[in-house]
Design a protein around this ligand. Structure first.
Ligand code: MG
Length: 405
């Protein structure tokens, strides 16, 4: 397929940190995607929380199925806009690799643990951790740590970054993936955006979770279809569905409504982005990086999407039952952090070996609290719960959560 001139061309990639010969049949971005799919961190996503904990039901999204949905939406849009589908897919599949067990609850708890332990700590942030996984923590290849991905995939993975963390990355990799987060202060408005493929993976993430969290919310019984009538983006497609199929109800009605809602957002992004590209007329990827974001919704869809997000925050993510689970999950993470900091021998030897300088690998020479954070962050929900039970002698999560199927 012909790529647009502003798409990322693997032949023009800024390359890998450790130079490698090209693969005989695959582009560099295909190869990145394949490395991600074969990584240990990717397999762990199947047992990591999206919103509902893994043990709460077999049919809820996990980080893995979420990432697959993001990749599907991203690929569809990329193909239509003549962007690089392989790169979007690689970024989408890797974007959540750095998530802790128990989703944002786990991340917040781990961040607080690091900051409490050392107020000067950089804390914990899942985007940065995703980069750390692919740059340093995966141990699969003989010649280096990490997956040695291309600049473009790594740039897409580092979606957000604090200035402080960006400066740290910049000191090791001048002009590299973190440069855009500090470019503004250093040299005025410079290269501040990532590639279109990275922008697209980011927006596809948002479209995916807004839609599947409605589905999972209703499945769990925490959201009702009546409540969702307050959300314009949902109710208009529910009405449209009922006009076409007046007798439709239950799961089929919900699925068809969400399907139509997803399609509308996908076509909206295609139209709005095409128009933005037409006006900006970037000649290449560097021109894209200098320009404000170009992958976007129309203004009307952006407002509707924001309203849906607010609804989900108020009614699902802050639902009493979700909050209760969140508090328990945070306790697990805090207890694990304290237990390993108090007695590192409770961790496998390979992790202890990463304490200052024993191991000369890139992920080593780390402070003990970072090693502990890396170990906890990589855990699946159920492994964290098992470890907690082993170390504390009690189970935190009841096996059967009433009301959830
Ligand atoms: Mg995500």
């Amino acid at each position: 397929m012909t790529l647009a001139r502003y798409a990322c061309d693997p032949a023009l990639s800024r390359g890998r940190r450790y130079p490698e010969l090209p693969a005989p049949t695959r582009s560099d971005f295909q190869r990145d995607r394949d490395r991600i799919v074969h990584s240990t961190a990717f397999r762990r996503l199947v047992y990591k929380t999206q919103v509902f904990l893994n043990h709460e039901g077999d049919l809820f999204r996990t980080r893995l199925t979420h990432s697959l949905e993001v990749a599907q939406l991203g690929r569809s849009i990329a193909r239509t806009l003549q962007l690089n589908e392989d790169l979007v897919e690689a970024i989408a599949l890797a974007h959540d690799l750095g998530h802790t067990p128990y989703g944002h609850a786990g991340q917040d708890a781990l961040n607080a643990c690091l900051k409490t332990h050392n107020p000067d700590s950089a804390g914990f942030e899942h985007n940065l951790q995703s980069l750390r996984v692919v740059d340093a923590l995966e141990e699969s290849y003989p010649a280096y740590n990490g997956l040695n991905l291309t600049f473009e995939t790594r740039e897409g993975i580092l979606k957000h970054c604090s200035k402080r963390n960006a400066r740290h990355i910049e000191s090791r990799e001048p002009g590299g993936v973190a440069h855009r987060f500090i470019a503004q202060t250093a040299e005025g408005p410079g290269l501040q955006q990532p590639s279109l493929e990275a922008q697209l993976a980011n927006l596809a993430d948002e479209i995916a979770y807004n839609a599947h969290d409605i589905d999972d919310g209703v499945r769990s019984g925490l959201l009702s279809l009546e409540q969702l009538e307050d959300v314009a983006l949902f109710s208009q497609y529910r009405r449209e569905t009922l006009l076409a199929y007046p007798a439709l109800q239950g799961r089929r009605l919900l699925f068809e409504t969400i399907r139509r809602m997803l399609s509308a957002q996908v076509y909206d992004v295609m139209d709005a982005t095409r128009l933005a590209l037409h006006h900006a007329a970037p000649v290449d990827v560097q021109a894209v990086r200098r320009h404000p974001p170009l992958v976007c919704f129309t203004d009307a869809m952006a407002l509707q999407s924001a309203a849906l997000k607010r609804f989900l925050l108020q009614n699902l993510y802050r639902h009493a039952q979700v909050v209760q689970t969140t508090l328990a999950a945070q306790q697990v993470v805090r207890d694990l952090f304290e237990a390993y900091m108090g007695d590192p021998a409770q961790m496998p030897q390979a992790h202890i070996d990463r304490f200052d300088g024993i191991d000369t690998s890139q992920a080593a020479g780390a402070k003990p609290e970072r090693v502990v954070a890396d170990y906890i962050a990589c855990m699946t929900d159920r492994f964290a719960a098992k470890e907690h039970e082993r170390l504390k002698g009690r189970a935190v999560f009841p096996l059967d959560t009433p009301g959830l199927t």
